[in-house]
Design a protein around this ligand. Structure first.
Ligand code: NDP
Length: 487
């Protein structure tokens, strides 16, 4: 069996406790290998390494061009190891090959994007009412704790690493214990292309132990977290207690509004992708469809027919278009929601496991119709291939239903009326919107939510700002003393 090691201070090392954990392929239940069960003492060693690298190591005197070059080399190394990363990601988290290929390519592009921005960080000079040369500089924050979930293990890691490193910070990253393999592979590539020791550290323990030790560590300057809203609230409270900078990318229960004038081909194609990409385990998954009543029956019929074409299976098989859920625990959690749905709404498709595939954590695409917007399956984030369809009368009701949620992450609108789409978009309280498509994510655009979907933004210029401190500097140009305390 393959043994993986955590990456601390430029070396792959076991946990000081020697504890390990199995990593499971969710499509086959096979053990892919063992990773260290990182403990607080491992986290401490990783933070110390990152501290030294930031304060006195080569990173502290690196130039923006040095960082740009390293990020570009890392992106190229990912492209050179494309197939290896794709297969590892599919085996580790179960997504179909086509989606994993997109992730690896997008992750490399994210490094390239932030490599470009590394050399564009600049300050400003200000006119102040004194004879002072006054200017503002942006500086890296320091040692960043980065915690990412299991649904996009590689991509979420890169969304965090790329802006932090471009800005000159050092990091300790904790992938989910369920899917640590591609982050470790990335660390290997980073070491090969020449990142100095201590700049990138990866610990592989679980949330309550290693994650908790990381966010509570006194030498951490910033916490960046992506995950569930409840965990995010706890981490935000810890950050507030210790006055750490903190950004939180959390969950969503994202509405997709289909108006009667929608381009139906696009609404069906992108609508199915909104609901079932990555088996619905996407923070922005279109999980709450709002359909105008005049087209409701027609849409339901075609949406269900489209979902029947989804081929559930091992992501490494060529014809698979939807993989398993990430773990047995998560499958059980999603099935609990299916049970609730069966007792409160009408099941139009799925709700069961595919026949003869008990070796993996598979669930068929599941569609509930005629759903009460106040019911649990319509209000709570299920994070699986389970979608609810709700009928609305007019634009006003659609907006009301769309905003009737504690979340505010993603939303979609399908309509050919450009005036209507602008009008509706301006009223939706959420951070990421798509009109007449769904899910494409751009490194250039800010990512994050309103309300309980988080605080702060990743990606784009916004993403790098969150890894920079702003400092004002004032230089007195007067040679004469002011005479504050005359003799
Ligand atoms: P969790 O909140 O359970 O876990 C996320 C990460 O936090 C994991 O690395 C986990 O470690 C860690 N963690 C768990 N408990 C603690 C703790 N007490 N202290 C520190 N770290 C902890 O979320 P899931 O992994 O279940 O991911 C799914 C959630 O992530 C969904 O709600 C989804 O919407 C959200 N998400 C949001 C995105 C966004 O951009 N807004 C993007 C992707 C997902 P471990 O798993 O090892 O226990």
């Amino acid at each position: 069996m393959k043994t993986y090691l955590q990456f601390i201070n430029g070396e792959f090392v076991p946990s000081l406790s020697a504890k390990t954990r199995d990593v499971i392929n969710p499509a086959t239940s096979e053990i892919l290998g063992q990773v260290p069960e990182s403990q607080p003492e491992d986290v401490d060693a990783a933070v110390k390494a990152a501290r030294v690298a930031f304060d006195t190591g080569p990173w502290s005197t690196s130039t923006a061009v040095d960082r740009q070059n390293l990020l570009l080399k890392l992106a190229q190394a990912m492209r050179d190891n494309f197939e290896k990363l794709v297969v590892l990601e599919v085996q580790d988290c179960g997504k179909p090959r086509r989606e994993a290929e997109f992730d690896v390519d997008d992750a490399a592009s994210c490094f390239e994007f932030y490599a470009g921005l590394a050399t564009k960080i600049h300050g400003e000079t200000m006119n102040v009412p004194a004879n002072s040369f006054s200017y503002v500089v942006r500086e890296p924050i320091g040692v960043c704790a980065q915690i990412v979930p299991w649904n996009y293990p590689l991509l979420m890691s890169v969304w965090k690493l790329a802006p932090a490193l471009a800005a000159g910070n050092t990091v300790v990253l904790k992938p989910s214990e369920v899917t640590p393999l591609t982050a470790l592979e990335l660390a290997k590539l980073a070491a090969e292309v020449g990142f100095p020791k201590g700049v990138i550290n990866i610990v592989t323990g679980d949330g309550p132990v290693a994650g908790n030790a990381l966010v509570n560590h006194p030498d951490i300057d910033k916490i960046a977290f992506t995950g569930g809203t409840e965990t995010g609230k706890r981490i935000g409270a810890t950050a507030a207690t210790n006055l750490k900078k903190c950004s939180l990318e959390l969950g969503g229960k994202n509405p997709v509004i289909v108006f009667e004038d929608a381009p139906m081909d696009l609404a069906l194609d992108w609508g199915l992708f909104a609901a079932f990409a990555n088996s619905g385990q996407v923070c922005t998954a279109g999980s709450r469809f709002l359909i105008q009543e005049s087209i409701y029956d027609q849409f339901v019929e075609q949406f269900v027919a489209g979902a029947q074409n989804i081929r559930v299976g091992d992501g490494l098989k060529d014809d698979t278009t939807m993989g398993p859920l990430v773990s047995k625990n998560h499958l059980n959690k999603v099935e609990e929601y299916v049970k609730i749905g069966k007792s409160t709404a009408k099941l139009a498709l799925g709700g069961d496991r595919p026949k003869g595939m008990d070796q993996g954590f598979f669930l068929n695409p599941t569609i509930f119709i005629d759903v009460d917007p106040k019911s649990r399956i319509a209000a709570e984030e299920i994070f699986g291939p389970v979608v609810v369809l709700i009928k609305f009368k007019d634009e006003e009701e659609a907006i009301k239903l769309a905003n009737d949620t504690s979340y505010g992450l993603g939303y979609g609108i399908f309509s050919n009326d450009v005036t209507r789409t602008h009008r509706v978009m301006s009223k939706i309280k959420a951070g990421i919107g798509w009109v007449n498509f769904y899910h494409p994510t751009f490194n250039e655009m800010p990512w994050g939510g309103y309300k309980q979907s988080g605080t702060g933004r990743e990606l784009g210029l916004y993403g790098i700002e969150s890894y920079l401190e702003v400092k004002q500097i004032n230089i007195n140009l007067d040679q004469q003393p002011e005479g504050w305390y005359p003799k």
